[in-house]
Design a protein around this ligand. Structure first.
Ligand code: NAD
Length: 313
């Protein structure tokens, strides 16, 4: 269950950002097959945003969900519309939900979240954006509301005085980093806020695919991730299954969102659900990662950084 909501989200959620071609071109027919296969296999939680492919992912997901939308828990976001295009004003938030509902071909979303709040001022997020989300919730266009972002401190700061149902954090709990557990998890637990963990593959680093040019991880983290993938392969373990299997072990997280765009990935990633982590391999991977474990990068407006350790910056 996601916090105190009645959203019984699946342990593995479908991250739909790849449908916006953010990791490279995807085939819409194949991604529709992937979405429908995921639903048929028990994945019921889908996350998207107008930002992904500048509305492309929402349009494609809306098409893929025709006829099955009511069977799933659907989440979208507002406030971020491009790499450096943000608008967290109340008027934009209210327009944003209507635009998203049109693209998603539905009349409500289950979860509506302010996207990457570290790019807004904390005053505006707390005083204007979250109250606007609460109004959207009251209108029935969104059943529950939340926030997303990268620096953990800002996620906490924004929700200390304003109630949200869920927080989505990304790249803070996977084979390369576990600092989600230091601060945010105890806070969310105490506040009974649902926690969603995104990017168990560290936005693609824990795969064999080429790293996208926009990826913010420093060189040391990329190199450790590459060694993790190589060692998994040498031991005949699929690195994605190993990484996802590790991430879904986090006990408070309600759902772990992995970005997918084809049936093969859906099939592979579902194997993580009953995958037994080999403790010896895990220890070896942890030894590779140790020098760069918990390294983060800066994200957002300068006053909202909470960079703990980033030796290469
Ligand atoms: P991820 O760690 O899930 O990695 C996705 C990448 O891994 C994609 O390139 C995908 O094609 C590839 N992949 C997936 N399964 C694979 C497999 N079995 N084998 C090989 N490659 C595989 O990163 P993500 O997509 O950024 O995160 C998941 C989702 O979480 C997103 O799609 C989005 O919905 C959400 N998210 C939200 C925020 C935010 O709100 N700020 C940030 C990051 C992610």
């Amino acid at each position: 269950m996601l916090g105190e909501t009645d959203l019984f989200v699946s342990q593995i959620g479908f991250g739909a950002s790849p449908l916006g071609d953010v990791f490279g071109a995807t085939d819409p027919a194949e991604s529709t097959r992937a979405v429908r296969q995921a639903v048929a296999s028990g994945i019921n939680f889908f996350d998207v945003s107008p930002y992904y492919g500048r509305t492309l992912a929402e349009k494609r997901l809306g098409n893929a969900l025709i006829g099955i939308r009511k069977n799933i828990i659907l989440s979208t976001k507002c406030g971020r519309y491009g790499f450096d295009s943000f608008d967290f004003s109340a008027s934009r938030i209210k327009r944003s939900i209507d635009e998203s509902l049109t693209r998603l071909q539905t009349d409500y979303v289950d979860l509506f979240m302010a996207h990457d709040i570290e790019f807004g001022s904390l005053d505006q997020i707390v005083g204007e954006t979250l109250p606007a989300l609460q109004e959207v919730q009251k209108s029935g266009k969104a059943r529950y509301i939340g926030i997303t972002g990268y620096p953990l401190a800002i996620l906490k700061a924004a929700t200390e005085s304003q109630r949200v149902d869920a927080i989505l954090s990304y790249c803070h709990y996977n084979l390369l980093i576990t600092d989600l557990e230091d601060d945010l998890e105890p806070f969310a637990k105490a506040q009974r806020i649902g926690l969603i963990n995104a990017s168990p593959l560290h936005m693609g680093l824990l795969t064999e695919a080429e790293v996208p040019v926009w990826h913010p991880a420093p060189a040391g983290v990329r190199s450790a991730a590459k060694q993790v993938v190589e060692l998994c392969r040498a031991r005949e373990v699929d690195p994605a299954v190993m990484a996802l299997g590790f991430s879904i072990g986090q006990p408070y997280v309600a759902s772990t969102l992995v970005g997918m765009s084809n049936s093969e990935q859906v099939e592979t990633n579902l194997r993580a659900l009953d995958f037994e982590l080999d403790p010896v391999l895990l220890l070896e991977l942890q030894q590779i990662v140790a020098p760069v474990k918990d390294v983060v990068w800066a994200s957002g407006l300068s006053q909202t950084f909470d960079v703990k350790s980033c030796p290469e910056r």
